[in-house]
Design a protein. Structure first.
Length: 560
């Protein structure tokens, strides 16, 4: 979203709108729409379109409709409708009283089809799907006219009415536009307007057994709603002549269709069909799985509306296809959460530490900063005791060069607390694994450096063992191991990342006992995490990793 006081972003779509306003086209109005099909959950690519359409309307003091293109009852569900409403609202946009459905206009679309038939511009065809493909021709060969193309207006009106009345089975007949079977644009080779489909619609029930094709419905919906700028993704560019042809022949209000390049992200698939395969194949836990690029998944993972809007602003709008590195999306959420997320301490791979010279029955509180980027966030009290947990990776028995954390005989700083020195280790007699460290602390170093001026290079985080809160932590990572999983011949399922989800039982500081589902935190030195909105309970708290503090994949790629 554009920040108040800053100039709005410039792009070719806004340039077109500026010129339209200058010339008085549409009376200076700007009216856009976001038209999802309710056949799946919205993903980050849809977020780009949502931000663009609602953002342009807001920028020019116009309106933006939310409209469901619900023209295929076999793939649409009320669940998808509700998820889309929720996603648009969560992203921060409001359609006011302008919530529409293609099904609102089914009767009017039917009457427009009758108008085309009466004008000799549409006919009922009995060719089946295979025959129609054969007659259509190719990019280098013109199509052939259907033997049913010459039916009279009267016969076509009768057959179309009988199609609508349910006299014929699915696939028996279609209504086609009569345009040009030799057109170099295959979309103009007598496209289908209606097909017979005896299926219950999620809104109109069994009222209809013929349903409009998207190309027929799309322009009519825009016209009926008096949209000024119908902003679509680039694959509809070749469909624009058909969009215009329908509206011109009907003599109705005509919006302007403008196409832009859809969003492509590395390590991600955007196809609803492929996402559905992942869901139905149980490769993920559902449409809101935090590994998916769905808005529901990103939300559950801990992404904020502000970070997604910022990402959409940064990538801008272009006319040519390109692929955006997913690390930019991850950077946007890091930036946002760095400013807003409270800091807490958590240990994901615990190693027990006993401070031998600390009183056994003593528990004190140390003061910790909630967010150094936000002075207004204040401070909190964190309990400290004789027995702690630290990250296992923060100790090395034989430390390599430039390892400044804990090692035998080495002193480190415990964040917000004391300097400690490792004086011994305890091992599992069976495996030889280190199970416990023994340390001493310097009481004079509470909250800072030693009074004698000695310095230590390492600072590590910790959690007091007697006070720790146990929680399940889900470490999410990228779902695929290759940059372009959608291009893999064997299917994107063949390149799923086996490490895309790792579950650990962690120790968290006790302040997180009051965390509510959806709240976000920075686990110091570990990354950004949020409380899961589906599986969280007081008995079994669950935290999802939103993103690591740094892009570990950049390091991986350098090593390859």
């Amino acid at each position: 979203m554009t920040v108040a006081g800053q100039a709005a972003p410039s792009d070719f779509i806004r340039d077109i709108i500026d010129e339209d306003i200058r010339t008085g086209k549409y009376g200076g109005r700007v009216h856009t729409r976001f038209p999802p099909e309710p056949n799946g959950y919205l993903h980050i690519g849809h977020a780009k379109s949502i931000c663009l359409n609602f953002g342009i309307a807001a920028q020019y003091g116009g309106l933006c409709n939310l409209r469901f293109d619900d023209t295929n009852p076999t793939k649409e569900e009320r669940e998808y409708v509700e998820s889309i409403l929720d996603a648009v609202r969560w992203l921060g946009f409001d359609w006011g009283d302008r919530l529409y459905y293609a099904s609102d206009y089914f009767q009017q679309m039917y009457e427009y089809a009758v108008q085309l038939i009466k004008a000799g511009l549409a006919y009922v065809d009995d060719l089946n799907a295979d025959e129609m493909r054969e007659y259509r021709g190719t990019l280098t060969q013109p199509g052939r006219e259907s033997p049913f193309r010459g039916r009279s207006v009267e016969e076509n009106l009768d057959l179309f009415a009988r199609m609508a009345a349910g006299e014929f089975p699915d696939g028996a007949r279609v209504l086609r536009a009569r345009i040009d079977m030799a057109s170099p644009n295959l979309n103009l080779r007598d496209p289908v307007l209606y097909r017979i489909l005896h299926a219950e619609h999620h809104r109109s029930g069994n009222r209809w057994c013929i349903y409009p094709m998207y190309d027929w419905a799309h322009g009519l919906e825009d016209s009926i709603e008096r949209i000024t700028h119908s902003i679509c993704t680039l694959e509809f560019e070749d469909h624009r002549p058909l969009y215009d042809w329908f509206l011109e022949k009907l003599g109705v209000y005509r919006p302007q269709q403008i196409e832009f390049a859809r969003l492509n992200l590395t390590y991600t698939v955007m196809s609803k069909r492929k996402l559905l395969q992942l869901v139905e194949g149980r490769h993920v836990s559902g449409w809101d799985d935090p590994r998916l690029p769905t808005i529901a998944g990103l939300r559950r993972r801990g992404y904020t509306p502000a970070s997604i809007r910022e990402f959409c602003d940064r990538i801008g709008v272009a006319k040519t296809e390109s692929t955006i590195d997913v690390s930019l999306l991850e950077h946007c959420i890091r930036e946002d959460l760095n400013r807003t997320a409270p800091r807490v301490m958590a240990v994901l791979n615990p190693l027990r530490v006993v401070i031998d010279n600390y009183p056994e029955d003593r528990i004190e509180e140390v003061e910790a900063v909630n967010n150094p980027e936000d002075p207004a966030a204040g401070k909190r009290k964190v309990p400290f005791s004789r027995v702690l947990y630290i990250e296992r990776d923060d100790f090395r028995e034989a430390p390599p060069a430039k390892f400044f954390r804990l090692a035998p005989g080495r002193e480190v700083r415990l964040r917000y607390a004391y300097l400690i020195t490792c004086v011994g280790v305890t091992r599992d007699p069976a495996t030889g694994e280190i199970t416990e460290l023994h340390c001493t602390y310097d009481p004079a170093t509470r909250g800072g450096d030693a009074p004698d001026g000695r310095k230590v290079k390492g600072t590590i985080h910790w959690v007091s063992a007697p006070n720790a809160m146990r929680a399940e932590v889900r470490l999410y990572d990228r779902l695929f191991t290759v940059e372009n999983p959608g291009d893999v011949e064997e299917g994107c399922e063949s390149v799923l990342n086996p490490k895309a989800l790792e579950v650990v039982m962690a120790y968290l500081e006790p302040s997180l006992a009051s965390a509510v589902p959806g709240s976000r935190y920075q686990f110091e030195r570990l990354g950004y995490f949020c409380v899961d909105t589906r599986d969280y309970s007081a008995v079994k708290p669950v935290f999802n990793r939103t993103v690591a503090l740094r892009d570990s994949w950049a390091k991986i790629e350098k090593q390859l």
